[in-house]
Design a protein around this ligand. Structure first.
Ligand code: 6CS
Ligand code: FE
Length: 306
């Protein structure tokens, strides 16, 4: 049974039976005036584009620490038996590892380091908690991409996230090139909400995390956005990072090179935007995809790598 709200109760109706027009999002991108590490200029560019690239957020040595965590988690036989591990379709290759902040003490500290936590608070104008964390491995030759989508469309429809007051941080664990699946984004398209056609199937996440077919914009909508906003790409050395708005239109292509494109994704949601019931899903997705622990994150002092 799909729990779609009526249009009055849902400002972002999607998973509809017929195509509806895209519309301007009624909510801001940056919220309030919480001080933080972003300069006023960087914050206004984030507001306009919906994303910000921070070169060298982590040092090569710190990336090495994270990479050994990825190898430990990928090889953990207990973890392998859980739904936290998502494999590439038709193979054993690890595609994603979810809830990494819950199974890695290092990443649990990383999310609380001020240069990360304070940036999320500054963008969202409030205390924050982790809605979802994951590592996307996109290994060489075998890593398949992610078709164009808005994360918020899924989090709204299937997790019950009320409004797009969330920000994702993608930290490159390997060099991200244009040719090994670097994330593509449409600058400014985050201000447009694209309703999608198609009812959410039961347990959709069991297939959508390998290949998303529901909650995907039409080719016409993607074409319109691409011609209006263009496409930019997040590329950079390991350690560089991308902050992007929950409603950014983004995607990545398959990786047919030998160079893995592995990234940690940390999704910060405002404590003023906690999950309700899914707006167009079935039952709420498991908590490793949409956390219902809304405890605000408190900063750590000192380095998570110490
Ligand atoms: O369903 C989700 O939550 C995930 N799906 C995609 C394609 N990106 C965001 C998130 O990891
Ligand atoms: Fe995504």
């Amino acid at each position: 049974m799909t729990t779609a709200r009526n249009a009055i109760g849902d400002l972002y109706p999607s998973r509809l039976s017929s195509q509806a027009a895209s519309f301007g999002r009624p909510h801001p991108t940056t919220w309030g005036s919480t001080p933080g590490p972003f300069t006023a200029d960087a914050l206004s560019r984030y507001d306009a584009k919906g994303f910000h690239i921070e070169e060298g957020l982590l040092t090569p040595a710190q990336i090495q620490h994270c990479w050994s965590e990825v190898e430990r988690l990928s090889a953990d036989p207990e973890l392998a038996k859980t739904e936290l591990i998502v494999r590439e379709r038709g193979s054993d290759t690890v595609r994603s590892i979810f809830a990494v902040h819950e199974v890695s003490p290092l990443i649990d500290k990383l999310i609380r380091t001020p240069r990360i936590l304070d940036r999320a608070r500054q963008i969202l104008g409030s205390d924050v908690y982790i809605h979802q964390s994951r590592i996307n491995c996109m290994p060489g030759f075998a890593g398949t991409g992610f078709y164009w989508h808005s994360d918020f469309e899924t989090w709204h429809a299937e997790d019950g996230m009320p409004v797009p007051r969330a920000v994702s941080l993608s930290i490159a664990l390997t060099d991200n090139y244009p040719f090994n699946g670097g994330l593509m984004l449409m600058p400014g398209a985050h201000r447009t909400f694209v309703p999608c056609v198609g009812q959410t199937p039961e347990n959709n996440y069991k297939s959508s995390l390998q290949e998303q077919r529901i909650g995907v914009p039409s080719e016409d909508a993607i074409t319109e956005l691409a011609y209006e906003f263009g496409i930019e790409q997040f590329t950079g050395q390991a350690g560089s990072a991308l902050f992007f708005d929950s409603n950014s239109m983004h995607g990545s292509s398959n990786n047919i090179t030998p160079y893995p494109r592995a990234n940690i994704f940390l999704v910060f949601n405002s404590v003023d935007n906690v999950l309700e019931q899914p707006f167009a899903g079935t039952k709420p997705r498991p908590e490793h995809l949409g956390s219902r622990d809304f405890t605000p994150l408190t900063p750590i002092t000192g380095s998570p790598f110490a």
